[in-house]
Design a protein around this ligand. Structure first.
Ligand SMILES: Nc1ncnc2c1ncn2[C@@H]1O[C@H](COP(=O)(O)OP(=O)(O)OP(=O)(O)O)[C@@H](O)[C@H]1O
Ligand SMILES: [Mg+2]
Length: 158
């Protein structure tokens, strides 16, 4: 049977979705004493499924906590609110990803995974959601310094 639960398209304020995700992950942020800084405009986007966008941000922010160091930082910022595209950046001070791994993080399912390490599914889900909703993903990383994910909304969302 066809499941249509993700066909719903909402108008929402990205900042509110990010804040809901952060609320759900708050205990882990506190456990790890991570300094979180959110600098987002009250930009609204349309033609987007709220539950899927929540899952997308959840997986990226969850990684930013998980692969961060104790006492590290996460910055969530945006760019282009009044433009033809709008991007939300999630930047962490964590382990970083080396160049050869960077090209495959959205596609790779780990062959061997322990529960503690995770199953390597998060970013594959993020990629599927981005395709489904017409969002652009971007990632820049430096080994040992940190990682920055960008999620870009296009004209159809603004
Ligand atoms: N913010 C990040 N900093 C450093 N490495 C990252 C970050 N995000 C992802 N990675 C790397 O990319 C891999 C794939 O991420 P993904 O979220 O798909 O899997 P996971 O977090 O290991 O498992 P799961 O999300 O299923 O619990 C991770 O195992 C990690 O090596
Ligand atoms: Mg993950």
């Amino acid at each position: 049977m066809d499941n249509n639960q993700f066909a719903d398209k909402d108008i929402l304020i990205t900042r509110e979705v990010v804040e809901q995700v952060v609320e759900e992950l708050q205990h882990r942020i506190e456990q790890k004493e991570i300094v979180l800084d959110i600098q987002l405009a009250h930009t609204s986007v349309k033609n987007i499924n709220r539950d899927l966008l929540f899952q997308l941000f959840y997986n990226i922010i969850n990684n930013a906590i998980k692969f961060n160091k104790h006492g590290g930082s996460i910055q969530i910022t945006d760019q282009g609110a009044s433009n033809k595209s709008y991007t939300v950046f999630i930047e962490d001070s964590g382990a970083g990803i080396d160049e050869q791994q960077l090209g495959e993080i959205f596609y790779r399912f780990k062959k061997v995974a322990t529960r503690a390490e995770g199953y390597g599914l998060g970013l594959a889900i993020v990629d599927s959601i981005a395709r489904h909703e017409g969002l652009l993903l971007n990632v820049a990383s430096e080994k040992g310094k940190g990682t920055r994910f960008g999620v870009t909304f296009g004209v159809n969302h603004l």
